[in-house]
Ligand binder design. Structure first.
Ligand code: CO
Length: 134
């Protein structure tokens, strides 16, 4: 079911400062911020030769990463995103095996304009998993 790692995501309290740290201190290429109201986050991507790192900042009072940042005030690893060929087929297989899909279970359009879903961390070794159809 799983293809490549699309990105690893890090929740951060201050996106501008996190982007600066990757751009200047680590010498990486960082995209411009993208505001994603439907996901309650603003993101930038650090582009690496083999994958990407997504830096996430909360957007609005009901951001799904607000509680995570309350527990991890200086930021922390938030999720890993794997590529799948058919997200609806992957979802149906996972649900049939008892895995919990977050939200209403319908794919939403993610930061790359592709459908994404999130899987419950308690079903996968305490790690929030994002699936992205490529
Ligand atoms: Co992501």
């Amino acid at each position: 079911m799983l293809g490549r790692v699309n990105h690893v995501a890090i929740a951060v309290p201050n996106l501008a400062s996190a982007a600066e740290s990757y751009r200047v201190t680590l010498g990486a290429s960082v995209t411009e911020p993208q505001v994603l109201p439907e996901h309650g986050v603003t993101v930038v991507f650090v582009t690496l030769p083999n994958t990407k790192v997504e830096l996430l900042e909360p957007l609005g009072d009901t951001s799904p990463i607000a509680a995570f940042l309350a527990r991890n005030p200086s930021g922390g690893m938030h999720h890993i995103c794997y590529e799948v060929e058919d997200i609806v087929a992957a979802r149906d297989t996972l649900k049939a095996s008892g895995a919990r899909v977050l939200g209403d279970g319908e794919p939403k359009i993610g930061a790359h304009g592709k459908p994404v879903l999130f899987l419950h961390p308690k079903d996968f070794q305490g790690t929030l998993i994002e699936l992205e159809q490529v």
